[in-house]
Design a protein around this ligand. Structure first.
Ligand code: G3H
Length: 222
């Protein structure tokens, strides 16, 4: 079965200060998660190959063996923001096919970029309440500001690609985008997406099956 690995970036400097949006680098803790993630994903790739070869040997039994099956490609997609790119920095590009995709960027908060939720509540109380009352439809004010629905639409072509591909893949993205991808594969209704619990330093593995996707979850223990 092919595997879709999903996670958020490691903890960033803005996560530490509670600021949304922006393009900050990883914190010390975030870098440790990134290093551990790379080792873990590398080990999982080896394990997948080992199982693939075991299955093949079981099938051929003692007859003259045909050539071994080729190893499955392992893709890595990140957003174009530093915190996701830095999260995969120690993966070996000879082993993984790494791509940075703008459609995986975090929701763009327009005028609220770089602020804490408390600052937004103080500077734009009406905006803060409007979002609280309807997080799915609420669009951030200012040029390029997005809503959850906007992000659902921009991520959709990537979800279709994820569903269609037969390669294994690791997607390193952001809270809103990860909620949307998980919700699609786990059949979560749209209204519930903005409140899904998707913490940092948690790795998800989806294995699509005929009846739906199987989910396994790992929590990084720092
Ligand atoms: O920077 C964006 C936040 O991670 C979005 O989270 O939609 O729950 O406010 P939220």
């Amino acid at each position: 079965d092919r595997q879709i690995w999903l996670t958020r970036h490691g903890e960033s400097a803005d996560n530490v200060s509670g600021r949304i949006g922006g393009d900050s680098s990883l914190s010390e803790k975030g870098r440790k998660f990134a290093a551990c993630l790379s080792r873990f994903v590398h080990a999982q790739k080896m394990l997948f190959r080992q199982k693939q070869l075991e299955n093949y040997r079981e099938k051929i039994g003692s007859s003259t063996p045909p050539p071994e099956p080729p190893e499955r490609n392992f893709l890595v997609w990140t957003s174009m923001l530093k915190r996701t790119i830095e999260t995969v920095e120690s993966l070996d590009p000879k082993e993984f096919d790494i791509m940075h995709i703008r459609f995986l960027n975090e929701i763009y908060a327009g005028r609220c970029e770089g602020k804490t939720y408390q600052e937004i509540e103080q500077s734009y109380p009406e905006e803060f309440n409007a979002r609280k009352n309807n997080k799915l439809y609420y669009r951030y004010p200012g040029m390029g500001g997005e809503s959850y629905l906007d992000v659902i639409h921009r991520v959709n072509p990537l979800i279709i690609e994820l569903e269609r591909m037969t390669d294994n893949i690791l997607v390193v993205t952001h809270r809103v985008v990860l909620r949307i991808i998980l919700a699609y594969f786990l059949d979560v209704e749209k209204e519930k997406v903005p409140d899904m619990d998707v913490p940092l330093h948690t790795l998800y593995c989806l294995q699509p099956k005929a009846y739906g996707s199987e989910l396994t979850k790992w929590k990084y223990d720092d």
